[in-house]
Every structure is written in structure tokens, then in C-alpha cells.
Design a protein around this ligand. Structure first.
Ligand code: ADP
Length: 397
């Protein structure tokens, strides 16, 4: 069965075509700058990348461009669009309505629309992607995979904020957590790597990409995670501040005469590694500059690693026993410096890295022989998990 995985943002569409159940990647592509005078589309098939720029008026045009790229030209992975039997949509916010992957029907779409206030930037684009896919591929089963679903197992003492309870009852203001597909993927991968059933494992999973979050996983269930009502809370990220004193928002607004929207933008788009370094949101760039003696770049990375270390400590307390700490996503998979600094001094928790292993690309278990908590580097693959969920649901009558 051919499954299309779609990740629609406000001005972009990322997609992958997979042959299931083998999870063979047939094509992947990216459409950017939708709605701007000059859009961009790139597609990779069989290791060959093709790209072009053209105006892409809206998501409908974008998806049709992607689909025609899949059916035309030499080596096209599809002879006919009807071969796509199912579409798996990445949906950012499922609120409290979705604890797992679902086949999308009108009731699901209504629930997604009702959750728009919780994710005003992300959910409208996801809904648009679903509507466009329904129109363009009417015979395919449409499936929704939610970033929040995996964290719905959190207990109330972990998801409630200490604010008037009515805000939770009436407006569903609480911690939701994100990156759930990635945390779920590496949880399963860790169980496989350790050769133990997931039910027997307590894990701390660190998804460190442009967005970053940590989760405490007990017996395969998320019991706490660092992102909150929105993806702003928790770790330092590429351009997001992560945790801060909430009173700082009012202080900045008053001191600088900024609107709430301007502070929102400042904390989401101008903070994090970018804001601290004043240079870049890119960890690799900052590592190169720090290496060359740039103190601002070094300090930004130190704040990033220190915040992560505090979360590893906090989630060790939440879990009681930690079998493994997992590093994944762009920074987690590729930065020995961040891993070493986040784990430094955690011997009291049984965490100790083997320096040579940490510095060797491709080594999964980078912990020292005497460590009682394993530290693993595992590549994440959210698209694959979305395709697996979609395949599983599309097969049912
Ligand atoms: P996204 O959240 O956009 O999917 P990724 O998971 O691709 O992000 O992670 C992007 C981050 O990974 C960037 O900060 C990038 O610098 C970092 N990264 C990628 N490769 C390396 C590397 N070799 N060393 C350090 N950081 C890296």
C-alpha cells in the first residue's frame, strides 16, 4: 500500500510517499513560500533531487504540484494518483479529544476546528491540508496523527498549571506537550536497542531539533513533558525562549512599550539560541563560532545544555528510576558537545558518557561501561511512524 505523509504548515507542505508495510521511502518533497510571489518546490526520488521556483497560490495548488511531480517524468514513483490508498496527516494540536491516531471524518474535523484556539498558528494549516487532500485524493483514507496524543497519558498533577481551575474547566488551559510522535518513535526504538519490553523501561527522551522537548516515559507512557499549552515552554530552542518567569512578559511589555503580540513574537521568534547569541538559531553554526572563540555563541550553547541537564534531573525525580536517556533529532543525534555538557556531573544519577563513543558517529549506546543508566543516540523518524499508523488504520474495513 502506498501511503502519503503530509505535514502542512502555514506556508509550507512537507511530504513523503512510502510503500507500506516495508516503509520504503519512494519520494519526499518540500513546498515552501505558499502564497508568496515566488514559491519553491523540491522533490527527491531515488536520491535525485529536482527543484523549481514558481508561484504557488495556495495549499491546493501546492498539493497538486506535489502530486503531479509524483506521477510525471522519468522514475516517477506513481503511474496513477489512485495508487495512493491512504494519507497520514501530521496534526499539531489534538487537545484532549485525541489520545491516539484516528481516521478523519466530519466529527474529527469538527473537533480539530474546535481546537483551533489552542493552536491558532498550526491547526488551521493542518485542517486546510486535510480538506485539500480530501478533495484531491477522494478515494484515499485520511488519517490524523497528533503531536499531542502520546502525552495524553500525563496525570493531572503533571498537566495542571497552578492557576484558577476554571481556566482548565472552561478553556482547557493545561500542559499538552508536543513532538509526541517523535517521543513515541524513540521509545519503541530504545526498547528494541536495549532488548527489553517497553513496559519494563523508564526513559527520558530528549528531542532536540529547532524545536526541542524532553519527556519522562514510564513503561511506554508519557508521564510528563517540557512543552506546555504551546510549544514555547521548556527547553531553550532555536528561536524560542523556553521556560521563563511569566512576569517577565508584563515587565517587557511595559518597559519597552510592546503589545502582547510583539512579546509573543519576541519569545517565539527572536529568543532561544538566536536571541542569546545574537547570531544564529543553528546549533552547528554556534558550535563552530564557539570553537573559534566567540563567547556569545559559547554562552548560548551553555544555557541550552544547562537547561536540558536540569530537566534530566527533574524527570529522574519524577520517574524514580531511569533506565536510559535518549538523544534524538538534529542536535540530539549530531552534537557530541551538547550531549556531553547536558550529561556532565550527572554521575549521581548513574549517568556517565564514554567520551570516545560520544564522539563517534553512529554509536547507539554512548554510556560508560560502569554507568547504571544507559545513554542512547537514536535517530527519530516521525514520518515513518505516521505512515505505520496510517497503514494500520487504512487496512481495517
Ligand atoms: P527541525 O526541528 O527543524 O526538524 P532538526 O531536527 O533538523 O530540526 O534539527 C535542527 C538542528 O540540528 C539545528 O540547530 C542544527 O544546527 C542541528 N544540527 C544538525 N547537524 C548538526 C551537527 N552536526 N552538529 C550540531 N548541530 C547539528
Amino acid at each position: 500500500m502506498k501511503v502519503l505523509v503530509l505535514n502542512c504548515g502555514s506556508s509550507s507542505i512537507k511530504y513523503q510517499l512510502l510503500e507500506m508495510p516495508a516503509a520504503e521511502l519512494l519520494a519526499k518533497g518540500l513546498i515552501e513560500r505558499i502564497g508568496e510571489p515566488e514559491g519553491y518546490i523540491s522533490q527527491t526520488v531515488g536520491g535525485i533531487k529536482q527543484q523549481k521556483t514558481l508561484p504557488i497560490a495556495d495549499h491546493g495548488v501546492g498539493l497538486r504540484e506535489a502530486l503531479s511531480a509524483l506521477t510525471q517524468g522519468e522514475g516517477a514513483p506513481l503511474a496513477d494518483l489512485d495508487e495512493i490508498e491512504a494519507v497520514g496527516h501530521r496534526v499539531v494540536h489534538g487537545g484532549e479529544d485525541f489520545t491516539g491516531t484516528v481516521v478523519i471524518d466530519e466529527a474529527v474535523l469538527d473537533a480539530l476546528r474546535a481546537n483551533v484556539p489552542l493552536a491558532p498558528l498550526h491547526n488551521p494549516a493542518n485542517i486546510l491540508g486535510i480538506e485539500v487532500a480530501q478533495r484531491t485524493l477522494p478515494c484515499a483514507t485520511q488519517v490524523g496523527v497528533f503531536d499531542t496524543a502520546f502525552h495524553q497519558t500525563m496525570p493531572p498533577h503533571a498537566y495542571l498549571y497552578a492557576i484558577p481551575k476554571a481556566l482548565y474547566r472552561e478553556d482547557r488551559v493545561r500542559r499538552y506537550g508536543f513532538h509526541g510522535t517523535s517521543h513515541r518513535f524513540v521509545t519503541a526504538a530504545a526498547a528494541e536497542a536495549l532488548g527489553r519490553p517497553v513496559e519494563a523501561l523508564n526513559l527520558i527522551t530528549c528531542h532536540l531539533g529547532n524545536g526541542a522537548s524532553v519527556a519522562a516515559i514510564a513503561g511506554g507512557r508519557s508521564i510528563d513533558t517540557s512543552m506546555g499549552l504551546t510549544p514555547l515552554e521548556g527547553l531553550v530552542m532555536g528561536t524560542r525562549s523556553g521556560d521563563l518567569d511569566p512576569a517577565l512578559i508584563f515587565h517587557i511589555a511595559r518597559a519597552k512599550g510592546l503589545s502582547l503580540d510583539a512579546v509573543d513574537k519576541l519569545l517565539n521568534k527572536q529568543s532561544g539560541l538566536l536571541g542569546l547569541s545574537g547570531q544564529s538559531n543553528d546549533c552547528r553554526v554556534l558550535e563552530e563560532r564557539a570553537e573559534a572563540g566567540d563567547e556569545d555563541a559559547l554562552l548560548a550553547l551553555e544555557v541550552f545544555a544547562y537547561r536540558l541537564k536540569k530537566y534530566i534531573g527533574a524527570y529522574s525525580a519524577a520517574l524514580g528510576r531511569v533506565d536510559a536517556v535518549i538523544f534524538t533529532a538534529g542536535i540530539g543525534e549530531n552534537s557530541p558537545w551538547v550531549r556531553a555538557h547536558a550529561c556532565a556531573g550527572l554521575e549521581i544519577l548513574g549517568i556517565k558518557l564514554d567520551e570516545a563513543k560520544n564522539n563517534t558517529r553512529g554509536v547507539v549506546d554512548i554510556s560508560a561501561a560502569e554507568a547504571t543508566t544507559r545513554v542512547l543516540v537514536l535517530p527519530t523518524n516521525e514520518e515513518r511512524l505516521i505512515a505505520e499508523d496510517t497503514y494500520a488504520l487504512a487496512q481495517k474495513p
